[in-house]
Design a protein around this ligand. Structure first.
Ligand SMILES: Cc1cc2nc3c(=O)[nH]c(=O)nc-3n(C[C@H](O)[C@H](O)[C@H](O)COP(=O)(O)O)c2cc1C
Ligand SMILES: CCCCCCCCCCCCCCC(=O)C(=O)O
Length: 369
């Protein structure tokens, strides 16, 4: 069994051998002291599973419907920029892997391939839906072109990233003098590889990104320019869930940007229950951050999320073995999720509820939720 990749941790370790130190640190790090990066993962560990036994789990349905299409299990790949730094085929390979494994994919505005190339690459392999991630930009005409290109390419939703008026404190990038490699383009920002000057992440980001974004400026504007669904990525409070509902948004992603923006924000799994409660079924609630196993997916669903998304695991898969590496990552999570359903006695997604979870209580017995 030596060298066999059985877990996402194995994949992370394998990926580290094919990345330069500065690329690895760029992908893997969080902001400032890495508190939220760590918490995102660690917070899942305080929940324990309460299996119901002697149930027939010979037939288990792991599927859900998302954007009017069935996906294999409640997991999709979060938008993450600069995937060609992990593998030359970058987002195209991720898209093909998602299509092969029957899940959806988010396309970052900082993708090194265009939304047209990425969507076609996936659809050549099998049915897949994409969503387009968007930052609020200073140049509204360019922002509108991104939205219109995404819609024409068949994307189902805009994921407006709301947690990034400015970039988080990225000590790892500053220490390493991180520069995006020469030769990578950003086609959604209409920058070809030959036009790119050597520019730091901070400088590149602040030159295009709007720090004067607001609900009132962004959401009605988006509604005017697109018929796609509008989701807010980066919500952590019930108050912002309520505001997203007031503005008629279709969904929110409970996310702290994988711990890369404001450090010491709560782990997303800890922020989730209050957000689900506030939503009262009026808006879709998804989650990302720190999900590294099928058991984590199960826990997030038990706490009320409809679907989970993963960021870094896809980058590790890409760095390890391109499309096959991302497929391997998705297979590991699928197998683990299905087995968790079987071992907890759940035959369908609707069987998963907080009744299957308990919380570890350091001073006494497990506490039922
Ligand atoms: C290298 C990297 C690049 C990212 N780029 C973007 C991006 O362009 N837009 C965005 O909204 N989120 C971006 N994210 C955040 C992810 O969409 C997602 O929220 C996060 O990775 C989830 O946490 P996880 O990596 O622990 O799964 C990026 C994350 C990483 C690690
Ligand atoms: C926009 C024109 C070119 C700028 C070139 C330099 C900046 C590249 C940075 C890519 C960042 C991609 C990821 C962004 C993110 O959300 C994150 O790091 O987290």
């Amino acid at each position: 069994m030596a060298n066999k990749i059985l877990s996402i941790a194995d994949l992370e370790e394998a990926a580290s051998h094919s990345l330069s130190v500065s690329a690895r640190d760029f992908f893997n790090s969080g902001a400032t002291n890495q508190v939220t990066l760590y918490d995102n993962y660690a917070a899942y560990r305080k929940y324990r599973l309460l299996p119901r036994v002697l149930r027939d789990v010979s037939l288990v349905d792991t599927g859900i419907s998302l954007f009017d299409r069935d996906i294999e299990f409640p997991l999709c790949v979060s938008p993450a920029g600069m995937q060609a730094m992990a593998h030359p085929e970058g987002e195209m390979a991720t898209s093909r892997a998602c299509a092969k494994m029957g899940v959806n994919m988010g396309v970052s505005s900082y993708a090194n391939h265009s939304v047209e190339e990425i969507t076609v690459a996936g659809k050549e392999v099998g049915p897949i839906n994409h969503v387009m991630q968007l930052y609020a930009m200073n140049d509204k005409a360019k922002q509108e072109r991104i939205v219109r290109r995404a819609e024409a390419a068949g994307c189902k939703a805009i994921f407006l990233t709301a947690d990034s008026p400015v970039l988080g404190v990225r000590w790892n990038e500053w220490r390493n003098g991180f520069m995006p490699p020469v030769g990578l383009g950003y086609p959604m920002y209409e920058r070809t590889s030959t036009e790119i000057q050597q520019q730091s992440h901070d400088d590149g980001f602040s030159s295009t990104n709007s720090d004067s974004h607001s609900w009132a400026t962004e959401i009605p504007w988006l509604r005017r320019v697109t018929k796609m669904e509008i989701w807010i990525k980066g919500v952590l409070t019930p108050e912002d869930v309520e505001t997203a509902i007031e503005y008629g948004c279709d969904g929110v992603i409970i996310s702290n940007h994988g711990g890369r923006q404001l450090d010491e924000t709560p782990a997303t799994i800890d922020a989730l229950p209050a957000c689900v409660k506030a939503a009262r079924g009026r808006i879709k609630i998804h989650i990302d951050g720190g999900i590294r196993s099928g058991v984590d997916i199960f826990k997030a669903l038990a706490l009320g999320a409809e679907c989970c998304w993963v960021g870094r695991p896809a980058l590790w898969g890409l760095a390890y073995d391109g499309q096959q590496g991302v497929e391997l990552m998705l297979r590991i999570l699928f197998d683990d999720f299905k087995r968790c359903m079987q071992l907890t006695g759940c035959r369908s997604i609707s069987d998963i509820s907080s009744a299957s979870l308990a919380i570890v209580n350091a001073y006494g017995p497990l506490a039922r939720l």
